[in-house]
Every structure is written in structure tokens, then in C-alpha cells.
Design a binder for this molecule. Structure first.
Ligand SMILES: *[C@@H]1O[C@H](CO)[C@@H](O)[C@H](O)[C@H]1NC(C)=O
Ligand SMILES: *[C@@H]1O[C@H](CO)[C@@H](O)[C@H](O)[C@H]1NC(C)=O
Length: 398
């Protein structure tokens, strides 16, 4: 069950979406904010937050279960705080922030012309160069960290919404207050390797594609993206207090609902078995963070058994978490994919593999194909019949 312990590292909640709000894209006027303009959970949806307790009780429960706790946040400031022109908390004094003889408010730091591109009614950028803007962000993260966060996903701040100032300031604040926090970014729509090179050292993971749902076209669109970030040497590059990882988004397997549906109807994934195997294999080969996107309490048997199978788990954990090297040695991973609609036999000459794996003696290596568990000995040519949208993942002991 190694894999489950990896994917369940995080119990992940979005602060801004309300039970009675569909889609979450139009939250103006319905967010719960405190007297300092900071978002809190909707007490109807999270009764344990009543009395401004936030997610403290939920985080305590999650920690008791041996899991880590994370939330999704929107960058900048909420339109609701801006409209209400709330004062800004100076956590050093416990009072409203003052500078140059005036008390600062949300309207002094919000930048309405820079609304979040995909949630333009809900959030806008804030002026991080001002002392009041920094005080606001500091007050937010001090509050959220006091609830017991282990993971923060910050949205609308990367890709086309890139806000370097906010990413740097949040990164520095997290490092100061709680260095063990995992800091993750979301791009909104898309990101390029050049954008990533600006921020990778400040964060731990960052989404490099739009939302991934259970459609083959969504899965297929990640191959070129993964290749480009791999070629740019961004996989496992320098990050905040360690390394950083391009994030291909969640795995939409098992029991799901539709995008932007808060409360079902629920259904099984639309990806067939081969498509799920291909997605899992690509995510592992690209060392993407593994975020399971369905209901863990209602896994179908493939998802549950597949995730728990020793051999698969070893391959995934090894590729996803320790730089491609298994604890036992330096296993070699080779994956074939067929993106088209007909099945195909895919082959590669061992001499060509040797070009990308210089210095390794490949002929005669023993291994197996992970999904079929068939044993394989590497001869002059490695080949496999690959179903449409399917894959073969070979692991050779080295
Ligand atoms: C941001 O704040 C700085 C410092 O207070 C100020 O000089 C600058 O004009 C502000 N920028 C915007 C876009 O409001
Ligand atoms: C996948 O299968 C199709 C149809 O059989 C074939 O034309 C195509 O070349 C295969 N793709 C790869 C990457 O081998």
C-alpha cells in the first residue's frame, strides 16, 4: 500500500467555493470574510468552522488520521473584501495597518484592472510592493498556518496570471513561518518552460496545463507538455527548501463528478482501463506529483488493487519520488504509448536505447512489464503490442 500513502499525503480543500454556488466562478458577494478581509470557510458547508475557527478542527482530525492537510487559495484579494473596503491587519501590532499617517484598507491595495482571468468577479491582484499589501498577505498566511496547514495551492498567480511579486513574497513568508509547507501553484490556463524558470526556485510544484478531466483528449494533451518541461530540465529542478516538480494535474480515476459540480451526481471515470494506465504511466515517467482526483472512500476495484499492487506501486513510487531510482538500485524504466485509435506493435532497438542510457549494459537485463506483470529479457529489440490509447511500462533491474 505504499502508493496510497503517497497519494493520500494531502487532504485538500478549497476555501472559496460554497455549497450553494455552482461552478465557483462568480463568488462576488457570497464569500465569508472576517473583519480584516480574509476568507474563511462557509460555515454551512463546514460547521466545525463556526465562530471563526476556520479549518482548525478539520486539520486536527486529518492529522489524527495520519494524513497531511492542504488548502487551495486564490491569489490577491477577494472582490468582496475590496467592495467592503476592510482594514488590513498588522499582525505585529494586532491593529489596523498604518503607514504615512493613514490607516490602510482593501481599496488601497486591490487592483481591480487585474482581476483573476478565470474568476474575474471573485478575485483581483493586490499591490505586493506596498507595505499594506505585504501586511495583508502576512496576515492571511499567519492565520491559515495557525489552522495546521502542510500544503498550500495558490491559484491565479502563474501562467497567464503570473504575479512574480506575490509568489516571491508568499514563498519567503512560508519559509519564515513554516518551512515544511509544500507550496504549489496553479496556472489557470497554461504555462511555458520559460515562465516556470522564473518561479521554480520559489515553489515545490506548479501546474503546467489546464484542468485535466476524464477525457482521452485531456490526457493526450499532456504528452507534448511533459516532453517540453523534461527537455527544459525542470523536472526535479531547484525548489523552495528542496526541489520543484512540474505538475500535470490530478488523476481522474474511480468515483468522480463533473467539472464545476459541487455535489454530484457521481459516476465512474469515463477513461477506459488502457487510458488510465497510460495516464498513470506518463505521470510517473514525467515525475509529476500524484494527486488522486476522485472519492477515496469509493474506489473501484481496478483503482484500489492497481494502486496497491506491489510491482506497480514500486514503479510509481520510484519514478515519482526519488529521481527514477528505486531504493534497491537503479532500475531502468521504459514506456511505450500509442496515442492513436488503432492498436500497434511498438519496437525499439536496444542500440537506440543505449544512446539515451549511455554507460549502461542493457543486453540481457531482466525485468517485467508493469501492467501485465509479464517477465521480459532485453535482447536486440524491445517490442510490445500496445492497445489504442494504451501503454507498456517496462522496469529492468539494473
Ligand atoms: C503599489 O504601491 C507602491 C508603494 O506604495 C506604489 O508606489 C505604487 O504606485 C503602487 N502600484 C499600484 C499599481 O497601485
Ligand atoms: C499506434 O497505432 C496506430 C494504428 O495501428 C499506428 O498507425 C501508430 O503508428 C501507433 N503509434 C505509435 C506511437 O506507435
Amino acid at each position: 500500500m505504499k502508493f496510497l500513502s503517497v497519494i493520500s499525503l494531502c487532504f485538500f480543500l478549497c476555501l472559496c467555493v460554497h455549497r450553494d454556488l455552482s461552478g465557483g466562478s462568480n463568488s462576488r458577494g457570497s464569500d465569508t470574510i472576517d473583519e480584516w478581509g480574509r476568507l474563511h470557510p462557509d460555515a454551512k458547508r463546514w460547521p466545525s468552522s463556526n465562530g471563526w475557527k476556520g479549518f482548525k478542527n478539520v486539520a486536527d482530525k486529518v492529522h489524527e488520521m495520519g494524513l497531511k492537510f492542504g488548502i487551495h487559495l486564490m491569489a490577491g484579494i477577494s472582490t468582496q473584501a475590496y467592495d467592503s473596503n476592510t482594514p488590513i491587519l498588522d499582525t505585529k501590532t494586532g491593529k489596523a495597518y498604518e503607514e504615512s499617517g493613514k490607516t490602510w484598507h482593501a481599496k488601497d491595495i486591490g487592483i481591480p484592472e487585474r482581476a483573476c482571468k478565470w474568476m474575474d468577479n471573485g478575485f483581483m491582484a493586490l499591490n505586493v510592493t506596498s507595505g499594506a499589501g505585504k501586511a495583508f498577505l502576512r496576515s492571511l498566511y499567519e492565520l491559515y498556518i495557525s489552522w495546521g496547514l502542510d500544503f498550500v495551492k495558490l491559484d491565479c498567480v502563474f501562467g497567464e496570471d503570473l504575479d512574480f511579486e506575490e509568489i516571491s513574497y508568499v514563498s519567503q513568508t512560508l519559509k519564515e513561518i513554516k518551512p515544511s509547507i509544500v507550496f504549489s501553484l496553479s496556472p489557470g490556463v497554461k504555462a511555458t518552460p520559460n515562465m516556470a524558470k522564473v518561479i521554480n526556485g520559489l515553489v515545490n510544484t506548479y501546474r503546467i496545463a489546464g484542468d485535466d478531466w476524464d477525457k482521452w483528449s485531456d490526457v493526450a494533451s499532456h504528452f507534448d507538455v511533459a516532453r517540453d518541461f523534461g527537455a527544459a530540465k525542470l523536472i526535479g529542478a531547484q525548489g523552495l527548501n528542496g526541489k520543484s516538480w512540474p505538475d500535470l494535474d490530478m488523476l481522474p480515476f474511480g468515483w468522480l463528478t463533473d467539472p464545476a459540480d459541487n455535489e454530484g451526481p457521481h459516476r465512474l471515470t469515463n477513461l477506459n482501463l488502457e487510458e488510465q494506465q497510460s495516464q498513470m504511466t506518463l505521470w510517473c515517467m514525467a515525475k509529476s506529483p500524484i494527486m488522486y482526483g476522485g472519492d477515496l472512500r469509493n474506489l473501484d476495484s481496478w483503482t484500489k488493487d492497481g494502486f496497491a499492487s506491489t510491482d506497480g506501486a514500486r514503479a510509481w513510487v520510484a519514478t515519482g519520488n526519488n529521481g527514477g531510482q528505486s531504493p534497491q538500485g537503479q532500475d531502468i524504466y521504459i514506456a511505450f504509448f500509442n496515442l492513436s485509435d488503432g492498436g500497434a506493435t511498438i519496437s525499439v532497438k536496444v542500440d537506440n536505447l543505449a544512446k539515451v542510457l549511455p554507460g549502461k549494459k542493457l543486453r540481457g537485463l531482466q525485468g517485467r512489464e508493469v501492467w501485465s506483470l509479464k517477465s521480459v529479457t532485453l535482447g536486440d529489440v524491445l517490442s510490445a503490442h500496445v492497445a489504442p490509447h494504451g501503454c507498456a511500462l517496462f522496469v529492468f533491474d539494473y
